[in-house]
Ligand binder design. Structure first.
Ligand code: ASP
Length: 330
């Protein structure tokens, strides 16, 4: 078994769990352990409104969570979609992967039933702050802002939400923000994990790319692991994470693979001018990320880091959304 130096990377705001996850890797823990530890910390972070506890709810005001995990050594995967009442969907996804190997994805009530069987704790996921942001995103000012920054499709959808629920207040400018974590352990095993509360105001039952293997998450220990944040429907349509890993298999550098997959993804017609970002870590510890905007970063820890280092993502060219915003989402 190869004993090398562990590496872990995370998308924006995923750094909250990296120190603890790296501690586990240094102690000989597996890449799966590290990914779960890092994502549980992100899911527990109430200040993050795009994942776990504190996630902005769906159009009915209910928090529905998606997550997935993929083991690059075996290409085994587990995913859950539209889970309510459990703060840590990544733990349920891992349980699907390890304890229900006949299946790769469970959604809704089935996933919740399975989590109960596995004695995974239930807990509150909706916070007052998330409710406030949910309301703020539906005010006239927020709709105007969404039209300007995210396109007519976004505004039309939010208006339809308003029509469905009738009565709300005010804007959240960047409604995307999943967490990706990719780890390479000391034994050379790779694992990729993703967790999200998905698109705020989403239609109940909507499952995004974070739970779809090949779309928002893909890991093949021979080449690398990749994951996405941003508009999940685009990543589903383009098979974005799998495209990144295919690029690595074809000999592209991590940055080229992230950029190429993102360019293909963003070439799809879409009335929602939302961002997408890609991230990858190779089997030999190289990493990169790409984004549709300037200023986007990802967090890194190797065996030598005592705290996360933030690295810039490559920016794809010729994209209509470039430069419109440089905020922390997704
Ligand atoms: N990719 C996620 C989804 O579509 C959202 C996000 O990254 O914020 O559910």
């Amino acid at each position: 078994m190869r004993m090398g130096s562990p590496v872990i990377i995370a998308s924006e705001r995923g750094e909250v769990g990296l120190v603890e996850a790296m501690r586990a890797l240094r102690a000989g823990g597996s890449a799966m352990d590290a990914v779960e530890i890092a994502l549980r910390a992100a899911e527990a972070n109430e200040a993050d409104h795009y994942v776990g506890v504190g996630g902005i709810p769906n159009l009915l005001g209910e928090v529905e969570l998606d997550a997935s995990i993929m083991d690059g050594s075996t290409l085994a995967a587990g995913a859950v979609g539209a889970v309510t009442g459990f703060p840590h969907p990544i733990t349920i996804a891992r349980a699907v992967c390890e304890q229900l190997p006949q299946h790769a994805m469970l959604v809704g009530r089935g996933a919740e039933r399975f989590a109960d069987e596995c004695a995974i704790p239930r807990g509150t996921t909706l916070t007052e702050e998330a409710v406030r942001l949910w309301k703020e995103g539906l005010t006239p000012e927020a709709l105007d802002e969404a039209e300007r920054t995210q396109g007519a499709g976004e505004t039309a959808y939010r208006r339809s939400v308003l029509a469905r629920i009738q009565a709300m207040e005010p804007p959240h400018r960047h409604p995307w923000g999943t967490i990706n974590v990719i780890a390479l352990d000391g034994a050379g095993r790779l694992c990729t994990g993703v967790s999200t509360s998905g698109y705020p105001w989403k239609y109940p039952g909507r499952v995004g790319d974070s739970a779809v293997i090949g779309a928002g998450n893909y890991c093949d220990g021979r080449y690398g692991g990749a994951a996405c944040t941003g508009r999940g429907e685009l990543a589903i349509r383009a098979g974005t994470a799998r495209t990144v890993v295919d690029g690595l298999a074809d000999g592209l550098s991590p940055e080229e693979a992230c950029v190429t997959a993102l360019e293909r993804t963003m070439s799809l017609a879409d009335p929602f001018r939302a961002q997408v970002r890609t991230l990858c870590l190779t089997a030999d510890g190289q990493h990169a990320g790409a984004a549709t905007v300037t200023g986007a970063t990802y967090g890194l820890m190797t065996g030598d880091h005592t705290e996360p280092e933030f690295l810039p993502r490559a920016v794809i060219s010729n994209h209509f959304f470039i430069g419109v915003e440089t905020g922390s989402q997704p």
